[in-house]
Design a protein around this ligand. Structure first.
Ligand code: UDP
Ligand code: MG
Length: 133
């Protein structure tokens, strides 16, 4: 069993899509081990997305992630990291495959409704970032 971090981003929480997105995870065999709805500070978003520090979209991204409530979840399944990335779809909803969360709900490359860890190593770091107990 593997665990990964998922975030329902502000654009999706704002449109009340949290319940539907959680159903999609459950219907695809993920167990939601932990979850909480929070709003983070800009400085926390900067830390979370530090890997993108040098990217041109970094400032807007941090502003956006801290702009409203988000739902952070620990998902568990076999090969959860890869499985979640597949279920999320491509970063740009326009490029996302049919049946993916971003295809269904994403508005744009920045407002793409969900985050998912991109490797097992980052999943551990990201889970610890939000759920260090
Ligand atoms: N992003 C953006 N513009 C870009 C690329 C990415 O606004 O050109 C945002 C988008 O919200 C994305 C996040 O930055 O989800 C992190 O980018 P990454 O390349 O890690 O994509 P992801 O892993 O989320 O698919
Ligand atoms: Mg990423």
């Amino acid at each position: 069993m593997e665990q990964t971090l998922s975030i329902v981003k502000p654009d999706a929480v704002e449109r009340n899509l949290e319940g539907e997105i959680k159903e999609i995870f459950k219907n695809n065999g993920f167990q939601i081990l932990k979850e909480k709805k929070i709003q983070i500070e800009r400085s926390e978003a900067e830390k979370f997305y530090k890997i993108h520090e040098t990217k041109p979209f970094y400032n807007d991204l941090c502003e956006y992630l801290s702009s409203g409530p988000i739902v952070v979840m620990v998902l568990e399944k076999e090969n959860a990291v890869k499985g979640n990335r597949e279920l999320m779809g491509a970063t740009n909803p326009k490029d996302a495959d049919d049946g993916t969360i971003r295809k269904k709900y994403g508005i744009s490359i920045d407002k793409n409704s969900v985050h998912g860890s991109d490797s097992l190593e980052n999943a551990k770091i990201e889970i610890n970032f939000f759920f260090k107990d």
